[in-house]
Ligand binder design. Structure first.
Ligand SMILES: [Zn+2]
Length: 509
């Protein structure tokens, strides 16, 4: 059976998951994995936490805690929050010796194949402390879009900003320090050497990339591609296992593919398999599907694919499902300003099916969207909880009376319903908002239905299909109301056995 490897890259281990994280990649990946399984596919879903970015150091300083302690605590919180919202990955990447060795081994292979080059690179440098400043350690203007931020991935334009290219760089460790530029040799992956293959690869994805990723790829390929650092002259990270850069660490944002493969391997192990290289091999031909925020595109889609091309013999990702920012009360979520709602906070007050539905209905699939608690209560009550409970009550009067016939007309309608959900759930055009609104539209249609004895079978048949298609979102309702989780590929039923269906409880009911 063809395998689907679903990957939701881990957040930086400097705090719990807020709703912005959840409404983007994590819920999407979970829903995609659940649907693919319900339609009979073999899925391995890997996620976890990213433990090596130096943002952990800067956040720990701000909070006055030890960075090691912060990343341990954050890893546990993230795992717990995902579980609270029924986001069930098969493999969860933790920061342990095995992970460190897997990352070092990955780069040893690239090094052995002579794909890395030792080149002088200019970094902001503080003479007073003798420290190079990279990524979270330095802030300045983005040379592409002028937004002020740290080096690395620019949240605003999505380009990768070399630390030495920031406009007016200042140290975030001590903003009063004098900052100069100083060259030092680091190992890089010269992306320009992979231009032809990257161009052909992204041309093959043109039909399905979401607009921001398509724009980033177009902008990048219009200019010479940069040398991407594989090692950095800082001390926080996994030690680089190469004598020519003996005191350096592996660049955390270069760990993307090693991290992903590790997540897939952990997922396969939980199935009782003994995975090796073959999980991602071209021969195994898995469909690799990524879910991440647009600002991670450069690291995963561009550099990640360049690494796979450089290594050779691996399957290249089939889809990148990117998302935009999710805001809270029309402001960016901000842990440092306390402007957050975590998944666990909300789940303590609202049934998780309602949270999953509302995050899907407002998911930032293509552009910035917004969360308010008031809108959540109103929309879930009006469009989901009350219509569902009315429809379930209508079906209940037929329960217990034996099978009812399903008409050819209803089978045809059921097929259209299956097709609409498939369009929203398949990775090619995956969209949480499309899935949520297909659900509410179909629910509204059944809610309007005057159920006569002649058409009771049709009603119960279409309601059964609707609940099966809604199951990737409404996990608890489906578990309570369905004998099994399968979504049929064709609506072939000629009769249906009406069942008593569970009701939805809502925060406002
Ligand atoms: Zn920018």
């Amino acid at each position: 059976m063809d395998r689907t490897l679903v990957i939701a890259p881990g957040p930086t281990a400097n705090g719990d998951l807020h709703l912005g994280h959840l409404a983007g990649p994590f819920l999407s990946a979970d829903v995609c994995a659940r649907y693919a399984r319900a339609t009979g596919r073999d899925v391995l879903f890997g996620t976890g936490v990213h433990f090596t970015q130096n943002y952990i150091v800067t956040t720990a300083r701000r909070l006055g805690v030890d960075p090691e302690e912060l990343r341990e605590r954050s890893g546990a919180q993230v795992e717990q929050t995902l579980g609270t919202l029924a986001i069930e990955a098969d493999g969860f990447v933790r920061f342990d010796q095995r992970y460190r060795l897997a990352v070092q081994d990955f780069f040893r292979r690239l090094h052995k194949l002579d794909k890395l080059r030792l080149r002088p690179v200019a970094f902001p440098y503080v003479a007073r402390t003798g420290e190079f400043l990279t990524d979270a350690y330095v802030r300045g203007g983005c040379p592409v879009c002028l937004a002020v931020g740290c080096a690395g991935l620019c949240e605003t334009c999505g380009h990768w900003i070399a630390s030495g290219d920031l406009i007016d760089p200042r140290s975030t460790l001590d903003p009063d320090d004098e900052v100069e530029l100083r060259e030092t040799p680091v190992l890089v992956l010269p992306l320009e050497e992979h231009r032809a293959e990257l161009t052909a690869y992204f041309a093959s994805l043109t039909a399905t990339m979401r607009p921001r990723l398509a724009q980033l790829v177009e902008e990048l390929l219009a200019e010479p591609l940069p040398d991407y650092p594989i090692t950095l002259p800082i001390s926080w990270g996994i030690p680089a296992p190469f004598p020519e850069v003996a005191d350096q660490v592996i660049y955390s944002d270069a760990e993307t593919i090693a991290w992903s493969m590790h997540g897939s391997a952990l997922a396969a192990e939980l199935r009782g398999e003994q995975p090796g290289e073959e999980l991602w091999s071209a021969a195994a031909a898995p469909a690799v599907v990524y879910f991440f925020g647009s600002d991670a595109s450069f690291a995963f889609a561009v550099v990640g694919v360049a690494m796979l091309l450089a290594l050779g013999g691996y399957a290249l990702p089939a889809h990148f499902v990117t998302n935009e920012f999710y805001e809270l009360e029309n402001e960016k979520f901000s842990s440092s300003r306390g402007h957050v709602v975590t998944g666990r906070q909300l789940a303590a007050e609202v049934p998780r099916d309602l949270i999953r539905f509302y995050l899907a209905a407002t998911a930032p699939d293509f552009q910035r969207t917004n969360f308010t608690r008031e809108a959540m209560d109103r929309v879930t009550g009006e469009r989901l909880v009350r219509p569902w409970n009315r429809v379930a009550a209508k079906a209940e009067q037929w329960a217990g009376g034996g099978p009812l016939p399903v008409s050819a007309h209803s089978r045809a309608a059921g097929q259209l319903l299956l097709d609409r959900f498939a369009a929203a759930f398949e990775p090619r055009r995956f969209s949480l908002t499309a899935a949520a609104f297909t659900l509410t539209e179909q629910l509204a249609r059944l809610d309007q239905w005057e159920v006569t004895p002649e058409r009771a079978g049709d009603f119960c048949h279409e309601l059964d299909l609707l609940l099966r298609c809604a199951a990737p979102l409404l996990v608890d309702l489906a578990a309570a109301g369905l004998p099994d989780a399968t979504v049929p590929s064709a609506a072939l039923a000629t009769e249906v056995v009406p069942r008593v269906l569970p009701r939805l409880a809502g925060a406002d009911l």
